[in-house]
Design a protein around this ligand. Sequence first.
Ligand SMILES: [Ca+2]
Length: 288
Amino acid sequence: MKMWHGILALVILTGTLQARPSFSDISQLFSGAHIVTGSNASDRLAASLLKTSFHEMGIEVKEGTGEKGNLILVGGPLANTLTEKYSSIFGIAFTDEGSSVTINVEGKSITHNKSNMYEDVAIAYLGEHEGREILLLWGYGRKGTYASCLYLSKRENWSAEHLLLMVWNDKNRDGAVTLQEIDVGEKATPEENMIHVTLLLDYGTTQERKETQIKKDSSVLDLLRQETQVDYTVWPFGVFVTSINGLANDATRGHYWLYWVNGVYATVSSDAFVLQEGDFVEWRYKKP
Ligand SMILES: [Ca+2]
């Protein structure tokens, strides 16, 4: 029994020692590391966001030349020569096919249609070279680089992986990158997997209307979760929305959040109502 435990401990220990560093090791690997950023203002803004966020977590990184030590590289191969160097070392291929671009790495790929200005693709990669840990954060365009930095600036996104491919889809068409607009995964969410819907929020005295996109097969609740700050309770019969953007149901006044799709009052719980292309969803705060 003791021997078995010894072997088990050895297996676990060996496993730990040999495990490839992952994003979950960021705080120990990059405290005191240098960061080298692409030459344009947008990449510097992305790097600054990352530095500030790391600083708040007690991880200090500083601008450097990247000659030694662990390194964070922000900005694509065209903007940052070190990104170009290490992407090549780690086998990250960036192919321009004219109308589209593809990032290929370790058998995974992600493609961006260049004519779609509301989309970008990005990569986050943690690799080891000559005893140094290198964290690469870049996109095809500047929005992609920003998306990669924004995503990795959140500790909850530090998974036990060393590679993330992502797509930024500017769902609200405002040109700004938000976390809700970043999809992670090889086949993330190309445009053809999205549907266009409209969301109207009627707060009683004011209204807000959003034209947006959401993944196919999403529910009315998914739409609220994507576009608003929503609170809800889960019951055996389904989900009951209790608050949207800080405005909560008020039992004393008898005001509740109710919803309609294409003008028809919904009779099923919002988590069970599956959206279709072109749907018009209204959430109204009112007396039933
Ligand atoms: Ca946006």
